[in-house]
Design a protein. Structure first.
Length: 529
């Protein structure tokens, strides 16, 4: 029942957030914080064994399949500098600052804190990017960073924990573990991606194909973890490949898959942000000696260091490569100061940081002593996550408006789409005429003309979007076409239902007829969209 209430409540709040000027993630966190103090509400403790293998893979998968492999490849340098370089830099800077700020906090434990709060969250970055409409290059960089940085952070965390619990760790060992995790995760992804794609294209039943789609992120993650490699990288590699080759899958599978993954992402993202807010009583309960003003001061200090460290990394990482490489200066446009501001300010932390923090062991030195300041590390992680979501999440949209980024050139995009459609339609028309010229493909003239009409409609639809609006209704040609199509289909649908109610057709035939209308309505909508 608690899990059911969590999913239902978070979905309802997220739906309300879509009609609110406040981003849905912030509403969910605030609701979780408020509900956590309602009498009778059970504790929702984040279990790392659940969050990392069960929640993280599908969230990474859906984000990666929606990303562009070609765009990520074009931005590989800034993505690598953020997902690897920045995470390691933040681990050291935040860890050292915490060691200096908090009395009695050992350096090894402080570095654990640094690794925990180092990675910006994939869910938070994607949610904010969709909401505020960032320029495509910045969105690609942020999404690419958030897809890959968890692997770096988890590896850095393991090295820091090994040092803290007395198992020994060295720079050489840490680098070796990082390379094994990174290379192994990519290798597992490369091994799995082609067979999985082959299987997806060979299955002929859309329900089976979508069942496989739901299993893929868990299979990739678990397979990599079996080899002590990065499950995160394995999932991302597989998802990028499958997303890049999605056009080879049956159309019915694509339609179902899009709807299924939108639902999965909506439910999981909503529950994840609500879970963040619900952690407050669990975190505060074990704070102990650091209660009161001292804990608040430490929380504010760590939050400020986290924010400052990102600025300290982003600006040199943006401009130094251009200063050092003539090739980069020649091939890439000169960046302005506004892009790095947004990238630096968009470093929201999320549930992955909390999940890693809850996995910190209870004891060190083979169980002889408690892990130093474990509860304080949990508290500082929680306040950093909440601080970045609230402060940066609320201020990012007005910051983007203040910086006046150029909006999307809708007319240029429509012209590019129209030109692409014109080329495709010309080839399709040639193919159609060649096929109709073969007597084995003979069709009655009305049916052949219908094929030509459908092709012409698809070719003209994009150009019509550039036309003027109706002076009476204010509608574009596409809007009118879509509305009239829906009115006609709605009239047919009402007739079919009346025939079923009058027992002239049965329910099975009704479902067949309605599905046919649904597909036609979907086609009309997509043509005009």
């Amino acid at each position: 029942m608690p899990l059911l209430l969590l999913v239902a409540g978070s979905a309802a709040i997220a739906a309300a957030g879509r009609r609110s000027p406040v981003p849905a993630p912030l509403l969910l966190v605030a609701a979780g914080l408020a509900v956590s103090y309602v009498p009778g509400v059970p504790d929702y403790t984040l279990e790392p064994d659940v969050v990392l293998p069960l929640l993280l893979p599908p969230l990474l998968y859906t984000s990666a399949t929606d990303s562009s492999y070609l765009d990520l490849r074009a931005q590989k340098r800034p993505v690598a500098l953020l997902s690897v370089g920045y995470v390691l830099f933040a681990t050291v800077v935040v860890g050292w600052a915490a060691y200096v700020i908090v009395p009695g906090l050992p350096l090894t434990a402080a570095l654990v804190l640094g690794a925990v709060v180092a990675p910006p969250d994939a869910v938070a970055a994607s949610a904010v990017a969709r909401r505020v409409g960032l320029p495509s290059r910045i969105t690609t960089i942020l999404q690419g960073e958030s897809l890959l940085n968890d692997a770096t952070a988890i590896t850095a965390y393991k090295v820091a924990v090994a040092a803290a619990v007395g198992e020994g760790a060295s720079w050489g060992g840490g680098i070796r573990e990082f390379l094994v995790a990174a290379v192994g995760g990519v290798a597992v992804g490369l091994v799995l991606m082609a067979p999985l794609h082959w299987l997806r294209t060979r299955l002929t039943e859309p329900l089976l194909q979508n069942t496989l789609s739901l299993l893929i992120p868990f299979v990739a993650y678990a397979a990599a973890e079996q080899f002590h490699a990065s499950g995160v990288l394995a999932v991302v590699v597989v998802a990028l490949y499958l997303g890049h080759r999605a056009w080879e899958v049956d159309f019915a599978t694509r339609l179902q898959e899009e709807a299924v993954w939108k639902m999965v992402a909506f439910v999981l993202e909503s529950a994840v942000f609500a879970l963040i807010g619900l952690q407050l009583p669990v975190v505060l309960r074990g704070l102990g000696e650091y209660e009161g003003i001292d804990a608040v001061r430490y929380a504010v200090a760590v939050f400020l260091v986290v924010v400052a460290a990102r600025f300290l990394w982003v600006y040199p990482a943006t401009f130094l490569p251009r200063m050092l490489s003539a090739r980069i200066r020649t091939r890439e446009e000169n960046p302005t100061w506004r892009g790095p501001v947004v990238i630096a300010w968009a470093g929201m932390r999320g549930v992955v940081s909390l999940a890693i923090a809850f996995s910190i062991p209870l004891t060190v030195h083979h169980g002889e002593e408690p892990f130093p300041q474990r509860d304080l590390i949990l508290f500082l992680t929680f306040t950093t996550v909440i601080g970045t979501l609230v402060v940066q999440g609320l201020t990012l949209p007005p910051l983007i408006r203040l910086l006046k980024f150029p909006g999307r050139d809708v007319r240029a995009e429509t012209l590019a789409e129209a030109n692409a459609q014109a080329q495709a339609s010309r080839v399709a028309e040639e193919r159609l005429e060649a096929l109709l010229g073969d007597e084995r493909n003979a069709l009655p003239p009305p049916l052949a003309d219908r094929l030509r009409t459908v092709l012409e409609r698809r070719r003209n639809a994009v150009w019509e979007r550039l036309g003027q609006v109706n002076p009476v209704t204010g509608e574009t040609v596409d809007d009118t076409y879509r509305r009239l199509s829906r009115e006609m289909i709605s009239a047919e649908r009402e007739v079919f239902v009346k025939l079923r109610d009058g027992r002239h057709i049965d329910d099975e035939m009704l479902r067949t007829l309605l599905r046919r209308l649904d597909l036609e309505e979907a086609a009309a909508f997509r043509e005009a969209a």
